[in-house]
Ligand binder design. Sequence first.
Ligand SMILES: C[S@@+](CC[C@H](N)C(=O)[O-])C[C@H]1O[C@@H](n2cnc3c(N)ncnc32)[C@H](O)[C@@H]1O
Length: 199
Amino acid sequence: MKKLRQIAALVRNFGTLRHALSTLAGLYSGDGAFDALGGLTGAETEALCRWAAESGLDVAEIGTLFGMTARELAAALPEGRKVTAIDNFSWNPFGLPPRAHEEFARRILKREIASGRVELRKASALEFLESAGPGVFVFLDGDHRREAVRAEIEAARASGTKFIAGHDWGNPLFGVTEAVRETLGEPDETAGMCWLKRL
Ligand SMILES: C[S@@+](CC[C@H](N)C(=O)[O-])C[C@H]1O[C@@H](n2cnc3c(N)ncnc32)[C@H](O)[C@@H]1O
């Protein structure tokens, strides 16, 4: 009976499984762990942390996944500045259900959350950005579809921020490059697939 229930769960979650398998295939074919897992490379993280630290602002990371970049950002900011890590837990490379995904991210960020350096918020990008103020360096790495990124950039711009950055510049799989060019023009700086525009 238990086996039958497990098989039914596998069938019900076929899309998620397919995604998890393709992540594993990426890892085994040597695409690089961070590529396959949807994170940033070391050089991208370094550039992003530098841009964020130089901005003098708190940081909002839209799409935090498991919090790996949020931790690095928090460590790069001087005392008194914090990272708000926003995620709607709609996607992860392992196909974890949203509750497990959130629990995992909270566990990884446990120390930073306890010290107040990171606040992890379950929200959609637009929910957050539409109520954000100007004092935030915005890093976009959530939904990568052109229309979604355009809407996020517009909402970030309306918040009054002077810094909008993101990931997946030049990635042919996503609509980020078009969205950035259509709304902001060319970025002021890029590092790998990270981009930055100063407003
Ligand atoms: C590529 S991963 C982010 C990787 C992360 N920035 C890092 O460097 O480790 C994308 C994340 O964005 C989240 N996401 C997708 N669409 C979103 C949206 N509209 N609002 C908030 N989060 C979103 C997904 O749940 C996923 O965790």
